[in-house]
Write a protein that binds this ligand. Structure first.
Ligand SMILES: [Zn+2]
Length: 56
């Protein structure tokens, strides 16, 4: 039985230290705290309670 991954991680360095931020040009993004890699936020990111949404 496969478990749904509820803790998204950085696809670059696999750190779980991510944060969400909103940009007018790119929309909602998830950025890695460790390496700075960012990607478009997914439902996984939004559903995670371990990620803080920061306003910029
Ligand atoms: Zn990273």
């Amino acid at each position: 039985m496969q478990q749904v991954l509820d803790t998204p991680e950085c696809s670059f360095c696999h750190s779980k230290e991510l944060e969400l931020f909103y940009s007018k040009t790119t929309g909602l993004m998830a950025q890695c705290f460790e390496c700075g890699f960012s990607c478009a936020a997914t439902n996984e990111h939004l559903a995670s309670t371990s990620i803080n949404l920061i306003a910029s």
